[in-house]
Design a protein. Structure first.
Length: 184
């Protein structure tokens, strides 16, 4: 499988590639994607779950038990539920966020789409997201999935990374350029 951006070069990328291979072989790419979306949302919504994933104090066994208890509550498919157990047993639970991102990229490439990383100062509403998606689709010449993140430090505007292109339209960058220009 050809992957751009060196997905397989990272530890999370290797785990995501293995998960993607299992999902592809079992014709479960969409089901695993939905499960990973649910996990990603749980990381955002539940401070306790985010702390469990990030904490080095939680043992492998405890993490495995917690993941096993969480799987039915989030309606995770069996492949993803087993995969969480593997992450826990291997002491790699802190890689979950990166694995989710890498899997989404692999699934997008598999569908002939591309992924854009978008950072905004505040969350975009549905209309803004649809508009941005249409503009990026026109620029890329194919469907674009958006991997959103929010960083209030950019003050306003957005930063978009689409393939090797980086478009920085953040207010922070504009203010930095203005300050540099004023220094002479």
């Amino acid at each position: 499988m050809e992957t751009s951006g060196g997905i397989r070069a990272s530890l999370a990328g290797r785990y995501a590639s293995a998960l993607f291979g299992l999902a592809r072989d079992g014709r479960q790419i969409d089901a695993v994607g939905r499960s990973l979306d649910a996990l990603g949302q749980a990381l955002v919504d539940s401070r306790e779950f985010a702390e469990l994933v990030a904490s080095p104090l939680v043992s492998r066994d405890e993490a495995g038990k917690a993941f096993a208890a969480l799987a039915p509550k989030l309606n995770l498919d069996p492949i993803t539920a087993n995969f969480l157990g593997v992450l826990a047993r291997n002491g790699r639970k802190q890689e979950l966020r990166a694995v989710i991102r890498a899997f989404k990229r692999l699934a997008s490439e598999h569908r002939g789409e591309t992924t854009a990383d978008v950072i905004t100062a505040r969350p975009l509403n549905d209309d803004q997201l649809a508009q941005l998606k249409a503009q990026l689709r026109a620029r890329a010449g194919r469907d674009v999935n958006i991997d959103m993140s929010v960083d209030p430090n950019i003050l306003g505007g957005m930063v978009v990374k689409l393939g090797s292109q980086r478009i920085d339209a953040s207010i922070r960058t504009k203010l930095n350029r203005l300050a540099l220009a004023m220094k002479g």
